[in-house]
Design a protein around this ligand. Sequence first.
Ligand SMILES: NC(=O)c1ccc[n+]([C@@H]2O[C@H](COP(=O)([O-])OP(=O)(O)OC[C@H]3O[C@@H](n4cnc5c(N)ncnc54)[C@H](OP(=O)(O)O)[C@@H]3O)[C@@H](O)[C@H]2O)c1
Length: 277
Amino acid sequence: MADTSKRTIVLTGASDGIGAVAARKLAGPDVDLIVVGRSASKLAPIAEATGARSFTADFSRLSEVRELADSIAASVTSIDVLMNNAGGTFDAKDITPDGHEPNFQIDHLAPFLLTNLLRDRLAAADASLVLNTASVGNLFGSVDLDDLDWSKRRTMGMRPYGTAKLMNILFTRGIAQRWTDDKIYSAAVHPGPAATSFGRDSWFVGLAYRTPLKRFATITPEQGAAPLIALAERGADPTVNGVYFDKHKANGRENKQAHDQALIDGLWSRSAELVGL
Ligand SMILES: NC(=O)c1ccc[n+]([C@@H]2O[C@H](COP(=O)([O-])OP(=O)(O)OC[C@H]3O[C@@H](n4cnc5c(N)ncnc54)[C@H](OP(=O)(O)O)[C@@H]3O)[C@@H](O)[C@H]2O)c1
């Protein structure tokens, strides 16, 4: 069980990229760090280097997300910062075992479920922050509440990814509007084009991120992790509630759907239905 004198931070997607950098930076004597990945062997060196407790779950299986929430809830009394950072771009044709389009499930539905299942622990802190790693890609997203799984529309390149990242912002606003009585606040952040393993299955991203073009097109994983670390350290600040940061800058450029109240509410209720909340 956690040491309650420390701040408890839960960080998903800690096995690689900006999450791994953030885990190493956030670890310290005043922090009870929990790192989450999908591969135990890949996560082990991060857990060892940071002294964090570690849990694994593949977000393409919602049953694993439920087990993850149970395991975390059993090991902490409260959570000060939940960093929903796991995610990436996935081929829209690879339907998950739960029958969903993978960008929708891994980038939105799974963290939506995890966060809701950990709500009690977030409420148990004096005040808490849910920090969602979104993306500038939200600008080319398009949420259709009647086609969340892209069965009716053409997927076209990274559009399902951009849409899922737009959902991260809508979810952030959903939390901001619903959970402030419990002093649970939420912010979203675009880390910048960090040269991580991001877009590993996309030749287009690979071209910019893993060729000599990388020098011009990308920033380092350390630079990408910096805004997340800054917001996690800032913690439960009501002034960031519902705010989308473009790197360190509040109120970054957003898709016009990002403030659509019908979508904020509709996405919340459709997602809750889909995960059985
Ligand atoms: N890098 C960028 O340019 C950029 C820009 C905008 C937003 N972002 C966002 O930043 C976040 C972190 O990305 P990154 O750049 O650090 O990429 P990364 O190096 O590929 O790391 C992604 C992390 O998410 C985990 N993950 C992927 N699929 C998962 C699944 N099915 N279940 C559970 N965990 C899964 C990965 O686990 P494994 O280690 O097992 O693969 C890894 O820990 C993502 O949400 C991404 O959308 C990145």
